[in-house]
Design a protein around this ligand. Structure first.
Ligand code: APR
Length: 339
């Protein structure tokens, strides 16, 4: 029995994500929540003859208790709620609006389903995940092993773009990506996780590839001409990441995927990762995307060795990432602490 709640289910990401979840046999209950339009999306999906039982909840339902009803008994909560990025808008411009939305949703989770796995898509992920962590800490429900920023679209793009650059089959790669989830905070570890193909690229091709992974989201924003940012590829990435936890129950070995997590000491491997990042960058980094062994209860351990194997160029990229990322994290923390 697995109940998945989608917060922001009526949106551009929320709808295809909910469809993918409705088609997944491992989901028994699919709970859809939004501030608008969710009854239509829910009624529509409920006609599909798969097992997942669909329920839908507007925030305003039952005197404003719709969020609590949506979250009741949820095992996994995935959150694409918010406002999407428009041309000329950076992920940070979104921060004020989405930060407030995230703080409200985090409070609902902390008080209704504090043990759920929480998967954050709402941007800017570098700052919204620290907001969730702060709210959970306030409520005494913070578990660093169960809170994730979904950075899987960076992994998807890293795999797709190296396949294109090297004329390889699209599913040939399993690149791991570290750092954050915007621009120069995204660091694909190509030398570690796609060494053979990567070695064939010239310096120029290598730089162009890394730039494309870091700023691939802009290609979609520009192509959509004002209609928003990535939705279909993001829904796919969110679903695939969530599926890791659905699959984990049936697998003996945990799955290794990249995700943005707290480097709290309670996470196995966080201490070494933090110390390494401090030595490399001089920064105390509290949240960082790392390849993690994931099981049905969340992070089992961080795969620190993959980070340690980064080449010089990747280490330089991590240095650039650290500066921006620390600012993004502080922004999220200050948003809640009010300073
Ligand atoms: N609670 C729940 N849902 C909300 C709330 C809220 N407080 N506020 C807004 N929403 C809903 C909107 O009603 C909408 O249905 O979130 C959904 C967002 O959908 P879109 O506007 O279509 O945005 P989308 O492209 O899906 O992106 C959502 O994910 O990748 C990020 O940058 C993106 O932060 C943005 C988010």
């Amino acid at each position: 029995m697995t109940k998945v709640a989608v917060l922001g289910a009526a949106g551009g990401i929320g709808q295809p994500l909910s469809l993918l979840l409705k088609l997944d046999k491992a989901v028994t209950d699919l709970s859809l929540f939004d501030v608008v339009n969710v009854p239509g999306v829910g009624a529509d999906l409920s006609h599909i003859n798969t097992d997942a039982k669909v329920s839908y909840h507007l925030k305003s339902d039952n005197n404003g208790t719709g969020l609590q009803s949506a979250l009741q008994g949820a095992d996994i909560v995935i959150i694409p709620a918010g406002v999407p990025r428009k041309p000329g808008m950076t992920r940070d411009d979104l921060f004020k609006i989405n930060g407030g939305i995230c703080a409200d949703l985090a409070t609902g989770i902390a008080t209704t389903c504090p043990d759920a796995l929480v998967l954050v898509i709402s941007n800017p992920v570098n700052s919204t995940v620290p907001i969730f962590a702060e709210v959970f800490k306030k409520h005494g429900s913070f578990n660093a092993n169960k809170l994730f920023g979904v950075t899987w679209l960076d992994t998807v793009r890293a795999n797709t773009f190296i396949a294109q650059a090297t004329a390889s089959y699209p599913t040939s790669f399993k690149v791991k990506v570290v750092g954050g989830h915007s621009g120069d905070t995204i660091v694909p570890l190509y030398s570690v996780t796609a060494a053979d193909a990567y070695a064939k690229l010239s310096n120029e091709e290598e730089s162009a590839l890394i730039h494309r992974v870091q700023f691939g989201g802009d290609e979609v924003v520009q192509a959509k001409q004002g209609a928003g940012s990535a939705t279909l590829s993001m829904a796919y990435a969110g679903y695939r990441f969530l599926k890791t936890f659905l699959n984990a129950k049936d697998l003996e070995e945990p799955i290794v995927e990249s995700c943005y997590i707290s480097l709290d000491e309670s996470v196995k491997g966080a201490k070494e990762t933090k110390a390494y990042l401090k030595e490399l960058t001089g920064e105390d980094i509290e949240f960082f995307a790392m390849p993690c062994k994931l099981g049905s209860n969340g992070v089992e351990s961080i795969e620190f060795d993959l980070l340690k194997a980064a080449n010089d160029k990747e280490r330089q990229l991590i240095n650039v990432c650290a500066n921006t990322l620390t600012g993004n994290i502080n922004k999220g923390v200050s948003f809640i602490r009010g300073n």
